[in-house]
Design a protein around this ligand. Structure first.
Ligand code: SF4
Length: 125
């Protein structure tokens, strides 16, 4: 029996409404996309939805108490809360340079890193 899922494509500001028809895990049809990025987006959302994550963590020895960080590649949508909790347990110490790796293999997934998105000098510098 066919079922449908609806998505709004985020590939550009147009925001095409997409309707994905599937039978179990098999995709039958994707309608509503004005370009091929829409089908790719709907397929990804249906088969393996992932999200980027940006947050802040505590930093010691700097003028600012929080350090903005992000993950280097999208993580499974259903593990975002777990990833946020793991990130919030991190403690950085100044000086930090933008791009410094603060945690490797987040969630045990090889290649997913938490990196600083801002530099932070020591408070006395
Ligand atoms: S399907 Fe293409 S045109 Fe439509 S929102 Fe996605 S990227 Fe934009």
């Amino acid at each position: 029996m066919s079922e449908t899922r609806s998505f709004i494509c985020i590939g550009c500001p147009v925001g095409c409404p997409l309707v994905l028809t599937h039978e179990g895990r098999d995709i039958v049809e994707i309608e509503g996309a004005a370009c091929n990025r829409g089908a790719k987006y709907a397929t990804q959302e249906f088969t393996d939805p992932r999200r980027g994550m940006s947050t802040t963590i505590a930093i010691e020895g700097a003028r600012w108490k929080r350090l903005p960080v992000k993950v280097t590649c999208p993580i499974p949508k259903d593990r975002v809360l777990e990833a946020a909790r793991a990130s919030h347990r991190l403690r950085a110490r100044a000086p930090i340079r933008r791009g410094d790796v603060l945690l490797d293999n987040l969630l045990g997934e090889k290649g997913i890193q938490v990196v600083a998105t801002r530099s932070r000098a020591r408070a006395s510098e």
